[in-house]
Design a protein around this ligand. Structure first.
Ligand SMILES: *Cc1c(COP(=O)(O)O)cnc(C)c1O
Length: 389
């Protein structure tokens, strides 16, 4: 059936990174190797009990069996606004400035459909989460990539955007704490972003999926805390990482009312809202006890320290990240990202992600995810010291 061809928008996409890695992993696994997967960032621990209890109770209630509202339940959006007030001191109108998402990936992917016209540019960090680029392509837009380099603390250099491109730039995607580099951003950077956005009339999408995953007492800020941010921007949040809820698919976007309304309009034409029982679980997550989160952060912090020590022992360079659950590690001298990850997979059965898989400027690094139990990380450290480089 040669006449069945995929649309150009799919052919333009790079292969989804983790599908390619899964293939290589399966090959090694087929040889009987006990694989330690430090590749994908999917929390290994279960959703906290109190959240599951609320979810199951809500699932049994027939009021939650019907179509949800497009923009999300009022209770959920009020809960989000309350959380923003408590956590960041940012005031939001739950009716106009909050929309429920079926996971933040969904919202990020759909957002360009609301604001990007064919030929418009999105400014996209590289290395970066692949969805900013694919969402832009699906909307007929083009990505202009901004390199995240170590010498700039993995922040994009906004002054490096070519002048003649600026009039066509419609959206800027940023993400701090950052995946994959684990970098964080402070107020002066966000202030610069707001100034830049106002000057060149560019919409800012801040992906804050890791805002709660921080260590050593560090508390990442919201982009919306900066004066003027709400005039230019929208912030995407996820319950996935904070509450081990990746499997439930629940997130939200907040900020400028026009941006929220555009995204909601696209969604009302594509999906029919997040399941209500899951929104109730989200309410419980945001309003209930935050003890499980504290315990979770202690777990990741222990894993982080263990892995950083192990990597340094074999001569690899890595800074313990202040936030996220990734280590962004420099490859050893004489190695590329791909050769490093192949070496780790073939010789030690350890899956990691090559930095250039997130974009060419990620070459020279590889990413380790801390989402496996401590005993497995200890085993990984042990194998690393055995194979070395
Ligand atoms: C995990 C992740 C998300 C998406 O999370 P959802 O499960 O879709 O809510 C968004 N952005 C980044 C950078 C992520 O790592």
């Amino acid at each position: 059936m040669d006449w069945i061809t995929k649309a150009e928008r799919l052919q333009q996409l790079p292969p989804y990174l983790f599908m390619e890695i899964d293939r290589l992993k399966a090959e090694v696994q087929a040889r009987g190797v006990d694989i330690i997967d430090l590749g994908v960032g999917d929390p290994d621990l279960p959703t906290p009990d109190h959240i599951l209890k609320r979810l199951t109770a809500a699932a049994l209630d027939p009021r939650n069996h019907r179509y949800p509202s497009y923009s999300g339940m009022n209770d959920f959006r009020r809960s989000v606004a309350g959380w923003y007030q408590r956590r960041f001191g940012v005031t939001l109108d739950p009716e106009k400035e909050v929309v429920t998402l079926i996971g933040s990936k969904e919202g990020i992917a759909h957002f360009p459909l609301a604001f990007i016209n064919p030929g418009d540019y999105a400014l996209v960090s590289s290395p970066g989460y692949p969805v900013y680029h694919s969402g832009t392509l699906f909307a007929g837009g083009r990505s202009h990539f901004l390199s995240l380099l170590k010498e700039n603390q993995f922040l994009p250099d906004l002054s490096a955007v070519p002048r003649d491109l600026l009039p066509q730039a419609k959206v800027l995607f940023i993400n701090y704490p950052n995946n994959p580099t684990a970098a964080v951003a402070e107020r002066p950077f966000f202030e610069k972003v707001v100034e830049f956005a106002k000057e060149y009339r560019i919409i800012v999408c801040h992906d804050a999926a890791y805002s709660e995953m921080a260590y050593d007492g560090y508390r990442p800020m919201s982009f919306l805390e900066v004066p003027g941010a709400k005039e230019v921007g929208i912030e995407f949040h996820s319950l996935s990482k904070t509450y081990n809820m990746t499997g439930w698919r629940i997130g939200f976007a907040v900020g400028n009312a026009k941006l929220v309304s555009g995204l909601s309009q696209v969604k009302s034409n594509i999906d029919s809202g997040a399941p209500q029982a899951i929104q109730w679980a989200g309410i419980e997550a945001l309003e209930g006890t935050q003890e499980p989160l504290k315990e979770l952060l202690a777990v990741y912090q222990t894993r982080r320290d263990l892995m950083v020590r192990g990597l340094r022992k074999i001569g690899l360079q890595v800074d313990p990240p202040k936030a996220s659950f990734y280590l962004w590690v420099e490859v050893p001298a004489g190695y590329t990202s791909a050769r490093t990850t192949m070496h780790l997979l073939q010789e030690a059965g350890i899956v990691t992600t090559p930095g250039n898989g997130f974009g060419e400027p990620g070459e020279g690094f590889f990413r380790i995810s801390l989402t496996v139990p401590q005993a497995r990380l200890e085993e990984a450290v042990e194998r690393l010291s055995r194979i070395g480089f």
